[in-house]
Design a binder for this molecule. Structure first.
Ligand SMILES: Nc1ncnc2c1ncn2[C@@H]1O[C@H](COP(=O)(O)OP(=O)(O)OP(=O)(O)O)[C@@H](O)[C@H]1O
Length: 251
């Protein structure tokens, strides 16, 4: 479903080029929840943002749902991105629009007629349990509620893929669990493939089927959790693997 083939990303810094992602190859199967875990600065967010070419790779291919995003024109890319939703740590809501206005935004951009739009907004808000907040503004909501709005917005165009960049890092433990359950529900009931970047082991243990460990711009390990059969693409167990597999049974 998502296939990164030897993707690299360099940033030009005053002291020279810095390679944030170094020739990474990664395949995420349809309906999988794949975690990308690693320390701060490892390149996780950069890698995730390459999956919808929000960050264009300097080298390599990005295939999503059989199409090569790196070969697309801006117009084709805009169309392809409709099937790839994204959520962020800081929610990225529009503060001057109501909850329903936020969820309606991608539908407006896609040219969906008003009546159909209103029905879809209500459907998405019902899905995340926030229909009663439709007319409120983001400032009136808790962090967990804001992330639910962001999720509803990401679902509006019926995506096949959802990219999550540290979606629970601003939330308390109880709200984190609630949001992860929403993501699991999306995966199970809508069949959406999910890639989730996190530095929290608990996030991976709770919902991921497979996980990649990132260090210094490279993936050093990829393996399956929760009894899912997906063999490691790379040898040898570093500490993340031991910690995750050692306790995965309790998850
Ligand atoms: N636009 C940019 N310009 C220059 N350097 C960047 C840019 N974006 C990211 N970097 C650098 O690339 C490296 C990887 O960043 P990235 O945000 O992908 O890491 P991360 O693993 O997601 O870290 P964190 O968990 O702290 O968000 C970091 O050293 C970062 O400083």
């Amino acid at each position: 479903m998502i296939s990164l083939q030897q993707v690299s990303k360099r940033y030009a810094l005053r002291e020279g080029d810095f390679e944030a992602v170094k020739s990474v190859t990664l395949d995420i199967a349809e309906r999988e929840i794949h975690g990308i875990i690693g320390e701060s600065g490892a390149g996780k967010s950069t890698l995730l943002r390459m999956m919808n070419v929000l960050e264009p790779p300097d080298e390599g291919k990005v295939m999503v749902n059989g199409a090569d995003l790196t070969q697309m024109s801006e117009i084709q890319l805009r169309e392809a991105r409709r099937s790839i939703g994204m959520i962020f740590q800081q929610f990225n809501l529009l503060h001057n629009r109501t909850v329903s206005g936020n969820v309606a935004t991608p539908l407006e951009l896609a040219g969906i007629p008003k009546k159909e739009r209103a029905l879809r907004v209500a459907e998405c808000l019902r899905f995340v349990g926030l229909l009663d907040k439709a007319d409120q503004y983001p400032a009136q909501l808790s962090g967990g509620q804001k992330q639910r709005v962001a999720i509803a917005r990401a679902l509006a165009n019926h995506p096949r893929v959802l990219l999550c960049d540290e979606p629970t890092s601003s939330l308390d433990p109880k709200t984190t669990v609630e949001i992860l359950e929403v993501l699991r529900h999306i995966n199970e009931t809508l069949g959406v493939t999910i890639a989730i970047v996190t530095h929290e082991m608990d996030v991976v243990k709770r919902i991921c089927h497979t996980v990649s460990v990132m260090e210094n711009g490279s993936i050093t390990d990829t393996f399956a959790l929760q009894g899912r059969s997906r063999d490691s693409a790379l040898p040898l167990p570093p500490s993340f693997r031991e910690q995750l597999l050692g306790e995965a049974g309790d998850a």
